[in-house]
Design a protein around this ligand. Structure first.
Ligand SMILES: Cc1cc2nc3c(=O)[nH]c(=O)nc-3n(C[C@H](O)[C@H](O)[C@H](O)COP(=O)(O)OP(=O)(O)OC[C@H]3O[C@@H](n4cnc5c(N)ncnc54)[C@H](O)[C@@H]3O)c2cc1C
Length: 345
């Protein structure tokens, strides 16, 4: 019966098997839509990401059919904000955030989606040529960006809160536990040609360059998880340049500044917005362009405010005047953390 239903539906091809692509593939397979995922890389692999999932509801994960993939993730509630190693603000997340490595999560989702009957072709690079049924979830687009993202898993780093954010002169880094006793250390920094370190030494070097000397030294004394160091450079934050005629979701559509810990949630939410229109197209009930327009509109509406607010806060965080204002507000206990969190969710 299921096969017969599938035979009636048109196929969706998803270019990019990251979180947006795999969660969409899961949701579509659960609704009997034939799916092929084209992924340039392989699984499992370490990726640049703070691996701190905040702002997605259990309902969204259920609709996507991926709740079980994060059911054993670490639950994070406490937060500390640090400047030069000194805590200036402590707070909490009313709804716990999830801590799970991309090494584990992406591979779990791949297995789950394959089990649901999707075809997954790894080491396959798709081309952005518009076609009916093609969804572009291929992530950040390489460009002349000014950022470098660095991440590693370490053991032996002591933490006061579940999530520690360490601000610096040229960027910031977060610390949060993932599975098996590993701590994710991940930072976003302004590219600086005067930093001459190579490979994994880049992470402590960029931390020290921004004034976080203690953290840099503590990091160097840690046990580092083999092969976990990853780096990415050359990308732009915010709304991505449009690819005419293509339906883009996740980072391919817009990249929220990483301090929000909301990028992965946005990838899931974008996939959720796409479910019903894509199922209608697959069943022949909706024209492709109608489906694309409906999804694009829904995503813009959902993400517009948080992108705008996050962009403004990001500029404040990377500006010396903005940082000292935040410090003064924090010491006067006037930092409106909870309202700001609501605005970027
Ligand atoms: C420094 C940093 C820290 C971050 N920290 C956090 C955090 O703590 N919490 C959070 O929620 N978010 C965080 N993010 C953001 C988060 O990682 C992304 O928003 C999320 O991964 C987006 O998912 P995606 O599926 O759109 O893209 P991706 O997960 O990047 O997936 C895209 C996939 O497409 C594949 N691909 C690329 N080109 C092609 C092609 N031509 N054909 C086929 N496949 C292709 C790639 O190999 C990749 O697997 C962080 C980002 C950075 C840079």
């Amino acid at each position: 019966m299921r096969d017969r239903l599938e035979d009636l539906n048109q196929k969706i091809t998803i270019a990019g098997g990251g979180l947006a692509g795999l969660s969409l593939a899961s949701a579509l397979r659960l609704r009997d839509v034939p799916v092929t995922v084209l992924e340039a890389g392989t699984y499992p692999r370490h990726r640049v990401c703070g691996e701190f999932i905040s702002g997605v509801t259990g309902q969204t994960l259920q609709r996507l059919g991926i709740a079980s993939a994060v059911s054993d993730a670490r639950r994070h509630t406490s937060l500390g904000w640090y400047e030069g190693g000194r805590r200036i603000h402590e707070d909490h997340f009313k709804t716990p955030a999830l801590g799970i490595s991309r090494f584990l999560l992406d591979a779990r989702l791949r297995d789950h989606v394959e089990h649901l009957g999707a075809e997954i072709q790894t080491k396959t690079r798709a081309r952005p040529i518009p076609a009916e049924g093609l969804v572009w979830t291929a992530g950040r687009r390489p460009c002349k960006g000014t950022w470098v993202g660095l991440k590693a898993h370490v053991r032996g780093l002591s933490q006061n809160e579940d999530l520690e954010m360490h601000a610096g002169a040229h960027g910031y880094a977060g610390l949060a536990a993932v599975e098996d006793g590993w701590t994710n250390v991940c930072g976003l920094f302004r590219l600086d040609p005067s930093v001459t370190a190579k490979g994994a030494d880049l992470l402590p070097a960029y931390l020290a360059r921004g004034g976080n000397h203690q953290l840099a030294a503590a990091l160097q004394a840690c046990e580092w998880r083999r092969d976990s160091f990853s780096a990415v450079a050359g990308f732009k934050l915010g709304r991505q340049p449009t690819l005419p005629g293509l339906l883009c979701l996740g980072d391919a559509e817009s990249i929220i500044p990483p301090f929000t810990g909301n990028g992965m949630s946005m990838a899931f939410q974008a996939a959720e917005c796409a479910i019903d229109p894509l199922v209608s197209w697959a069943k022949g009930e909706k024209a492709w362009q109608d489906a694309v327009n409906t999804i694009t509109k829904a995503i813009r509406r959902k993400f517009q405010r948080r992108l705008l607010v996050a962009d403004g806060l990001h500029s404040v965080l990377l500006n010396p005047g903005g940082r000292s204002l935040l410090q003064s507000m924090a010491s006067a206990r006037l930092l409106p953390f909870q309202p700001m969190l609501t605005l970027i969710r």
